[in-house]
Write a protein that binds this ligand. Sequence first.
Ligand SMILES: [Zn+2]
Length: 325
Amino acid sequence: MKKLFILTAILCVSLVFSQNPISGINMLKNAKWPSQSSGKTIINVSWENPTADNAQERQWVKEAVEYAWEANTNIEFVGWDEATYGTKGIRILVNDYAHPHTKGLGTQIDGLENGMELTFNFLGSYKCPTNREFCIKVIAIHEFGHALGLAHEHNRTDCLCGEEPQGTDGGFYVTPCDLESVMNYCNPKWSNFGQLSELDLIGIQKIYGKPGNLKDLVELDEIRLVPCGNNTIYDLHQMKQIVKNNPNFDVTYYTEEDKPVPQKAVNNLPNIYTIRFFHPDDEAKANDLKNMLVASGYAERDIAIENMLPKMSKTYPKYIEIWKK
Ligand SMILES: [Zn+2]
């Protein structure tokens, strides 16, 4: 297994940006496949050289990818037929002498001929010391991680281990450093034996949403609940629960104002609830939040949105407040 592990480390050397190197900043986001208005991300997969002889192996790849990535996200892989001129999406070449790799991350390989190479018979220097079906499936899950835009986890500056970084650090760290990631060479279990780790799941769902999400995930850094009187606290907690249970919203922190709010400020609130935003990026998010609350039964006329930017001087804090009269 150690030998395989080292080979795995080698295999992705060629993976790394053999073309179109891009900035590490927010690379995952830039490499993200676009979602449709329904929220679903549909990615076409095709084979450059399918044969009747490798139908079983192609089926293993499809099953592994569906099991690991499709079942846990709002992604649907479609097609799985033969690529022709101009075919979009992920194009897989079966090359029995190849080191499995992709020629870029995420949409970098959209429509790229031989954008991913897989080996089914391991006739080159890359060997499968165990069960061939197991190797084919584990490798497919790792390579499809790249195809979805994921860089190697051990490349992160906050995730150093004994392995040499392979390719550019992704830059956009969706979750904390994860030794158990299927994308981490330092994982003592080779590609985590094809099982997405807990943080793999959280990370990929942040990017592509959970199964059945209606639209892209709205990431809110923090929601501050500002009750203005004892009788308003319970109501805000209800609201917090609604946001928490909504799969389209991802909030890092909920905090609660513990200082009494001056009556004058309360009187100046235009509506029963006021959503205040302080950062230029948060205007759309505040609107999404309002729409979500309205969809959950709150009356639109009761909720106002207040743009606090004109009152900011130099800093733009990343939080949204919900005030309740
Ligand atoms: Zn890799």
